[in-house]
Structures are given as structure tokens and as C-alpha cells.
Design a binder for this molecule. Sequence first.
Ligand code: ADA
Length: 576
Amino acid sequence: MHRTFETSTTRRQHSLDGLWEFVLDPADDGLEAGYHGDFPDDADRIDVPAPWNVAGDAAEAEYESPAWYRRTFDLPEETTGVLTFHGVCHDATVWLDGERVASHYGGHTPISVVDGFEAGTHELVVRADNTRDERSIPRPGTDWFPYGGITREVVLEVVPDIFVEDLRVEYELDDDSDRAAMTATVTVRNEGETTDRSVSVELVDEALEGEAEAEADTETEIDPGTTQIELDLEADVERWSPHDEDPQLYTVVATVGSGDRADELRERIGFRTVAVTETDILVNGEPVELLGVNRHEDHPEWGHTQPLRLQRLDLDVIEDAGMNTVRTSHYPNHPRFLDCCDERGILVLEEIPYWQFDADRFAREGVLERGETTLREMIGRDRHHPSILAWSLTNECANEEEGVREATEKLADVARGLDDRPLTLASNNYHPDGDGEDLCLEHVDFVCMNAYPGWYQEGDYADVIEGVREDFPEMPIVASEFGAGAVFGERTRENQKWSEGYQADFVEDAVETFRETECVAGFTIWQYCDTRTDPRNWATRPKTKNNKGIVDEYRRPKEAYNRVRDLLEADGDGDR
Ligand code: ADA
């Protein structure tokens, strides 16, 4: 299951995970050779979901080019189906029974196809391409491994002709009361002939144990195609809070039709407010201190693919050190990980993969559109997670360039048009030549500050913060990246660079500085665990890894992890 809760009780769900046929296509001639209609006989088999860089042969460990997948599945009767690929890195084309049904760019947001299926055997073929080039997002040279393939689950859901395609809940919650006024927008899709149907929405506690807290329904004409129906609901709710061990969540159930033709789609939601002042980020009107890490979806055996056990283990490790925040550097995370964050009261900053883009790169054909699509898809998919505090638009872009400022403004407009959460971006661009300010930050609500004084350059954190504050006196700062590399097990008397001691001292000093600075609303250490990098770009790094993890790639704690835990234990939790 790609979520921690049932997303429907009416739909039969066929998992299409498992072994698929698989061939590499290094010359990129599979399309011309017609693999989508005539798959090569000598194909290997590979696990899905998994990047080919961990699931394939050793020869595929660094493979960055197109590859093809094929499998068949059987359906007992004619039906309408929703086929979803939850993540294919990064450029995907899907053929169903020889017909091209989807093309999608962006490895971390889903691809959905609605189709009519005959009874019998069907064939799925996918071309996945992880090539980084002048128009790709991520760009070449990224400091994380460019995993390729079908990296998240594949599911076929059987639905009736009229079904709920999407459910969106927006709410207003006053800081003085616990009354929530909600609008549920139900997108109903009709693939058949009949029109009249009832549509209803219920808000129930998470476990669906009690009576509905609120409900609304209507009888309406649903013409073939797509219809949006808005229903208003109101209820007294218990708030979701990052301070609760088991924060209150609710299930929203949208239903169209009745009896054996009913279709139901569920979303999970938590009620809380988020606001930003000059110095703080407020949740439910109270300042929260972000105490956290940057986390890549990475593991030596799994790459980007994240089994539930690993997602939960990572949160255990983070919580055991007294931390409460994850920045999903640098891309939309697996939705089940976000579910786990909702359930534990972990705060999240979620980002799209514009990592170190300059104006030239943004200006290339289709590059901004691709990012805007990923942003729309991320917000569309993740908007109900109460854990997500803010959307992050970019990371370390050339913010001094006019073209980057224009791109940032467009991205901010897209995000603000879809959702009212605060926006941020991670900047390393203060005083680029001693005097200019980072004008991209004018489009967001708080500063995410990436800085490595004492590691990549001279200087100290107090000075960097002072510079940022001078330019942006009205926004709080989150120290979103800082850290030092340490090779796991390198414990020395000298505490030289790359030793665990050097890293522990460095992280401790920085954390202490951030915590005693009023305008700093929190920190996310770079980074949670050591991560695989690409030897073609990062050959000088020990173990070809980004070793700034406070735990290693197998989640074994380094000294810095223990130091942070001791520090936070001594100082209490994240109340300011
Ligand atoms: C940057 C970047 C990170 C990582 C880090 C580092 O700040 O945003 O992805 O590359 O540097 O370790 O150098």
C-alpha cells in the first residue's frame, strides 16, 4: 500500500508491483524498434518498484539512459480502471495494449491513466529515462544519485463508470475557536451514459469509529466527462498539533452513487493553522521551533524506493534525537512517508527539484513548465497533509539573475493560486558580491538559509545570519542547510576534517548559535544520512558519498547525532 490508510473501501485494487521484463536501451532506439508493440525476447526481469541502479546487474549500477519495462495482467470482467504509477524517474511513457496512454515528466509525482478495460489479458509497457541533460529536472551534476526506473508502486483500481476522480478539502479555522468551515470539491468523472447520481462527503474521525462530525450531499446530473461539485461542511474539530504524540487526524469520505455502483475515495486531513511573523513560524498561533534534518530518499539497498519499515525507522531515529522536522531535500517525498509524519506530529518542508538552476537553464524550452507541473502535482497530491508547513520552490539557484527572479515569481504565483500555505526557498545567495540582496526571497514568506562557513568557506554562522537579517528584517530564518562531512567510524584524537569529532563540534556550535538567535525559527541539519552521489560528478568525496549525514547510510549514529540528541534533551522540546 502506498499510504498508511485505506483510500477506498469500494474499489478493488490490483497491485502491479513485482517482477517486470526489463531491457536497457543505451542507444535510445527502442521507440524506433517498436518495443511498445514488440518487446525484445531476451529481456531480463527486474523488481518493481526499485531503481535499476540497485535492483539491476552490477553493469546497471550507474546506468543513466532509457530503459523499458513490460508486464501483463488479467482482469476477470470488463471494467473502467484507474492505473497509477506513483513514481517513475524521470521521463516516462506508458503504453497499454500497444497504445500510448501517458507521457509524464517528473520522477516524484504520480502518473494516472483512466481507461476502459476488456475482460482478459492486458499488456503494459513503460519507457523510463533518467538522463540528466540541458532541460532535465534535476539537472546534470546534482549532489544525489540520479536513480532511474519505476521507483514507486503501480496500482490498478477498478471503478464504476461514474467515480470520484479527485477530492480536495479546504478549510478555515479561526485561532480563537475550534470551528472549521470546510469546502469539499469533489471531481466526479463519468465514463458511461447515465447521468443522475448522488454525491456526498463526510468528515469522520480517523479510525472511522464514531458518527460523522459533518456531512453534506446532493443529487446531481453528472454528464459524461468531468464535473466538479462543491459541498460545504462545518464542524467543531480537535486540532492537529506537532506537540501531540498522537495528533488528531480525520478521514474525509467522498462517495458518488449508491449500492454496488457506489464509488468512494478517502483523504486524510488534520486541522491546524500556519502563520509566519517577523521571527517565528506559528502553528495554531504558537511559535514552533523547527529542529530537524534534510532527508534524501536514499539507502544502499533500496535507492529512492522506500519500504514502510525504512520510512518509519528514519522517523524513529529523528524523533529519538528530539527532533521534529524534515526538509524533503530536494523533491516531493513518498506519500506514505508524509502520512507517517502526519501521524507523529513531524513538521515538513517539501520541495521541487530545482537544484542550483541559473537563468540560462530556466530559460530553456519547457524547463519552467516542467517545474510548474511538478509543483502543481506536488500540491495537488500533498495538500491535505497537516505536517507540511510550507512549499519550497527552489534550492540554491542563481537568485541574483533576473531570469531566476522571474521564474521564482511564476512558481510562487502557481503555488499561491493552489494553496494558502507559506512559501519558502533555500538560498545561499546573500550579498552575492558583498552588497546585493537576494531578490527572489521577496516572493516567499520566510528564508531558508543554506550556508557552510567553516566547511566550504571561511566565516561563521553569526555573521551569515546578520547579513541575511539586514536584508530581510521582516522574515524569520530557517537554517535549512549547514553541516560537515564525517566518515563513519573515523574517530581521532585530532578531530580533523572528515572525522566524527570535527563534524560533531561543528554541528553543535552551529545549532547553539541558531538556537540563541531570535530571528532563527529553527534548523534542518545537512543531512540526515550519508547518501550516494554520482562518481562522474563527485569522485573526490570519500566513498563517493555525501558524508554529511549525522547517521551513516545504514542509519548508524555518528558522534554528531549523539551530540544533537544530548543538546536537545538538555534543552527540552521545540516550544519557544
Ligand atoms: C548544497 C546542496 C545540497 C548538498 C550540500 C553539500 O547546499 O543544496 O544538496 O549538495 O550543498 O553537501 O555540499
